[in-house]
Ligand binder design. Structure first.
Ligand code: KIV
Ligand code: NA
Length: 275
């Protein structure tokens, strides 16, 4: 099976097929998720999940490229989308193109994602016209956490509703092939999903969206703290700790390693070591 492209994801909305997505940051988990997902997002959430930053703001282009290359190598079927990090695209369409083109050339990913609505619509158009498929991201845009004042649900007042609906309209009009809706109410997600021709991908944005995405470590039950919109489908933190506890016990009691984990000589052991 060949790898999905951005237009294949867009076409799923017309067929009414739910779009399944997860974040992925490294090769082995990407290979597993690839069997079940339509696209994998190398999210800049990797700054928080993999590197312990408080927000996504410190994430560099080089870090996104490094993880992006790992995920592209691990996945063979899913479209790989890479987040453009804070500071790499906002200044101008030309800067956005230079950095997005670098991401695509150095990783061989199939699309990039940028945060922002109305203000980023001209940039989205500029990139798409020059061969870069763009996924938009509106509602809660974590790279703006310092302006917003925290990670909180958006569009809960009529004024914010109108503004986010306009964001969706403009990014779709500019040529985004899909739109991530993060942390917005169900009626707003329903309205946007019904009014734009491209798929909406929800994260904390209700079942009204055309598809869903979660941070893999959150849904696996690995992340220590998760937002209320996360369902934990696994208990990976417990699985890891049980294994590490057993390992530490076996080393301390000298129960590990045993002969089956140990090399032996090919031609026998010398009876006495000469010097
Ligand atoms: O960085 C991220 O993980 C995202 C999401 C949409 C989950 O942008
Ligand atoms: Na992100």
């Amino acid at each position: 099976t060949k790898r999905l492209l951005a237009p294949d994801i867009a076409a799923m909305k017309r067929r009414g097929d739910p779009i399944v997505a997860l974040t992925a940051y490294h090769a082995h988990t990407a290979a597993i998720a690839d069997k079940h997902c339509d696209f994998l997002l190398v999210g800049d959430s990797l700054g928080m999940v993999m590197h312990g930053f408080e927000t996504t703001v410190p994430v560099s282009l080089e870090l996104m490229i490094m993880h992006g290359r790992a995920v592209v190598r691990g996945a063979r079927h899913a479209l790989v989308v890479i987040d453009m990090p804070f500071g790499s695209y906002e200044e101008s369409p030309a800067v956005a193109f230079r950095n997005s083109a670098r991401v695509m050339k150095e990783t061989d990913c199939g699309a990039v994602k940028i945060e922002g609505g109305k203000s980023m619509a001209p940039t989205i158009r500029y990139l798409v016209e020059r061969g870069i498929p763009v996924m938009a991201h509106i509602g809660l845009t974590p790279q703006s956490v310092n302006v917003i004042g925290g990670f909180k649900a958006q569009g809960r007042t009529k004024e914010e509703w109108v503004s986010i609906e306009e964001d969706a309209r403009q990014v779709a009009e500019a040529g985004a092939f899909a739109i991530v809706l993060e942390a917005i109410t169900e009626p707003l997600a329903e309205r946007i999903t019904a009014s734009v021709p491209v798929p909406t991908i929800g994260i904390g944005a209700s079942p009204a969206c055309d598809g869903q995405i979660l941070v893999m470590e959150d849904m696996l039950g690995l992340s220590p703290r998760v937002p209320r919109f996360v369902k934990k489908f696994g208990k990976v933190a417990e699985v890891i700790e049980d294994a590490i506890r057993d390992y530490a016990h076996d080393v301390r009691t000298r129960a590990f390693p045993t002969p089956e984990h140990t090399y032996s000589m090919i031609d026998g052991t010398p009876s006495k070591t000469r010097r």
